[in-house]
Design a protein around this ligand. Structure first.
Ligand code: URP
Ligand code: ZN
Ligand code: ZN
Length: 458
């Protein structure tokens, strides 16, 4: 099966031109002006832009967390992602403390295998590093899971201490992997939560006030120091604020590269939402910050300090959020956005002139592919790359709403937001997966992507 996309404005991380894309089977065969080829199917993309399919490297699908499960399954989550132009996700496996990495991998495979619409991979969250876990790091790298997530918070469930962190870093470095981190000071946060609760301060506002900027800045600096000491490729997930980004900026002075991911919500939403009656919807960790932090993050993207905009998609339905109606510390942490990231960032970033179209492709697709060992199979529109791409109408105006979205969550964090630009067609490995909102592939089309060894620079 071959497919020709004609007359598109083709945008990649480093080019922007009008031309055609010829796809044969699952991959791109050629790209150029007025390609003289015969194809089984032709799509006229006049007036549209075409860019590589989004890669969201931070999602939590069907994950057990805080006494419940994130509400999107692999089926609903990867399908919602496709509707919004994200053709691949990297999900998190959580090791159970006291059990092996393999045990966790098998549990996650049991839920995801055969159930995905879009392509996917996993990070392995190491929550209990010991002599047994150490032996499994190499096995994970050989399976194609080359990034290892750590938590400096959620003590008693997910957090490891600094001794374990350094030992893990040495082993991951040896096996050619990367260490990623939820960088907040868990002990400080736990004390602040306990203090607020003892004072009867139980509303969502105190979720925010229990995780002040310093808790993230301190942990980001400490993590950077440990990564420098061990020389491991390192990545901070969901970075939210000026203090934390300054810790990374500081690390660049010794010529250290710490990769930084922020998430769409930290660019667009702020902590004033916690004062609302329904502030539970935005309870996530780290919390939303101040407008000055949003400015820092936009600048960080343009300065090259922030390489990726992800979502940390971890949806809970309202009924689940209500587990914490009388106590902020019981609200399951997380926010739904897997479907919205690409359209939000185009509308609020590119259309409003905050970032260039090339930067958009870099932070939504090319950098995730490069940093996590998938480039140029993914994140590229070059001959030989997987034909994962979005045909996007930059002029269509539409409104985000829970009534029309495809995520399995009964509210939208962006209800009523009017956006400019919408995904028209989404292709995954050469197949039109979404066409004008219609789904043209079956569940199970999504494949596990075996990732290669990571690099320390992009
Ligand atoms: O609130 C969040 N971010 N929930 C998901 C787990 C995590 O910390 O990434
Ligand atoms: Zn986290
Ligand atoms: Zn997360």
């Amino acid at each position: 099966m071959s497919l020709l996309i004609k007359n598109a404005r083709i945008i990649t991380a480093d080019s922007d031109f009008h031309g055609d894309i010829f796809i044969e089977g699952e991959t791109i065969h050629s790209v150029g002006a007025e390609l003289d080829v015969k194809a089984d199917q032709t799509i006229d993309a006049t007036g549209k832009v075409v860019f590589p399919g989004g890669i969201d490297p931070h999602v939590h699908l069907q994950m057990p967390f805080m006494g419940t499960w994130s509400s999107d399954s692999y089926e609903t989550g990867t399908l919602a992602a496709l509707h919004g132009g994200t053709t691949m996700v990297i999900d998190f496996i959580l090791q159970t403390q006291g059990k092996s990495l393999r045990h966790a991998l098998e549990a996650w495979q049991g839920r995801s295998d055969g159930n995905c619409y879009g392509d996917y991979s996993f990070h392995m969250a190491v929550t209990d590093f010991n002599e047994n876990t150490k032996k499994e790091i190499r096995e994970m790298v050989e399976t194609g899971i080359t990034s290892f997530k750590t938590f400096m918070a959620y003590k008693g469930a997910l957090m490891i201490d600094d001794g374990q962190m350094v030992e893990l870093m040495f082993e991951v470095k040896k096996q050619g992997g990367m260490v990623t981190v939820h960088a907040t000071n868990g002990d400080m946060i736990d004390k602040l939560i306990a203090k607020h609760k003892s004072e009867g301060k139980l509303s969502p506002l105190y979720h925010w006030l229990s995780q002040p900027e310093v808790t993230e800045a301190e942990a980001s600096g400490r993590f950077s120091d440990m990564a420098d000491y061990t020389d491991v490729p390192a990545y901070i997930v969901h970075l939210t604020c000026e203090g934390a980004l300054n810790a990374v900026r500081n690390a660049t002075r010794r010529n250290q590269k710490i990769f930084v991911e922020t998430c769409i919500q930290y660019l667009l939403l702020d902590a004033s939402l916690y004062e609302r009656e329904d502030g539970h919807k935005w309870v996530m960790s780290p919390p939303l910050r101040k407008q000055k932090d949003q400015e820092t993050l936009w600048a960080g993207i343009n300065q090259g300090l922030v390489q990726i905009v992800a979502t940390d998609h971890c949806p809970f339905r309202w009924e689940q959020k209500m587990m914490g109606k009388d106590d902020f510390s019981k609200i399951p942490n997380g926010h739904p956005a897997i479907e919205n990231r690409m359209e939000l960032l185009w509308s609020e970033g590119v259309a409003k002139g905050r970032i260039s179209p090339n930067k958009y492709v870099e932070v939504t697709s090319t950098n995730p592919a490069k940093i996590f060992g998938m480039y140029p199979k993914k994140g590229s529109l070059a001959p030989g790359s997987d034909a994962d791409l979005v045909i996007f109408d930059p002029n269509v105006k539409h409104t985000l709403s829970a009534k029309t979205h495809h995520m399995n969550v009964d509210y939208s964090s962006y209800e009523g937001w009017e956006l400019t630009g919408k995904c028209d067609k989404v292709l995954l490995r050469g197949k039109v997966a979404i066409d004008g909102g219609k789904v043209l592939i079956e569940k199970g089309y999504g494949e596990f992507v075996k990732r290669g060894k990571v690099s320390k620079v992009v």
